[in-house]
Design a protein around this ligand. Sequence first.
Ligand SMILES: [Zn+2]
Length: 358
Amino acid sequence: MVPAEVNTRPTNPTRRTVRKDIWTCGGIDHGLQARLAQTGGTTRTGAAVRRLSQHSRCSGRRNLRIVRGFPTRSERNRRRWGSERPSGVETGGTAYGAPDAMRFYFIGTGSAFTLADDNFQSNAVLEADDGRRLLIDCGTDARRALKALGLGREDIHAIYISHLHGDHVGGLEWFGFTSYFCPGSHRPELFLAEDLVGPLWDNSLKAGMAALDFGWARLETFFKVHSLATTGSFDFAGVRLDLVRLLHIRSGEAEMWSYGLMIHAPTGPVLFTSDCLHQPDVLMPWYRAARLIFQDCDTGSRPGGAHAHYSHLCSLPAEIRARMWLYHVKDGPLPDAVADGFLGFVRPGQVFEFGAAA
Ligand SMILES: [Zn+2]
């Protein structure tokens, strides 16, 4: 089922070099060759992409290219996992690659302000093998990012919102209006923590969406709203997802929370942090319970006040970093995360197999 794999090793082992070959999957490699020509870089893109077959089992995924989310055997050996090698990441690619699998991929892995030609804001998709898809956050870039992977609004059956920044909710007006006005369209499920429901409508969407042809609309006009306890959970395609309440911003009296997810995949729990500050005291139990971690990571030159900074994440125990993928990156050069003990930076469209859905 997994047609091929791309060797994701950095082409240059020197620290803090551009991972020139990492943005080549997902069919959104616009400008890559031009960039490489400018930088004098080399890539295995051509051969790699030629080896990849397009995945056509699920409708709409015309451009999504399946790439193993886990390191090749040679990479694993190089990393010297030792006795703390995480199970589930290391079984020749079969643990997360079984037929009839649930999959997870980012439609973009960039920051809120990304202007990259080959990346979008950090939103993700959890996909069941029957084609049901949960869009995890729907930011301003969402329609373009989905289109780049051959997906449309009609391919998304439910949405989860982690918090109310525009790169995570800015696409909901598009999604709600097009679902409402498109004949035969379904009203999508919308999952979010209960303390986000009111502010999402009152402060983010109401101004543009309240007036409709029949009168005043509500959030429920466009979505089947599921208001979740802040420490609650919900099911999608037979998989339980727990909300993980995390601090995103705290400045004086102002604070903002974001709700990550613990995805109870058949092959083990997977932690998606959503946007959050570095808070190892809160996150460590989740880190230790997860077999795989997708961690918000600020790659700016110095730590800010909203995201876990790369330099801070480097201080996590090695056995945590060895299960951790990084995303939400700024445009430009990236550190050599593999050399620092992480699994690496996620590429848009890179598919992670989570095992069979119930
Ligand atoms: Zn945010």
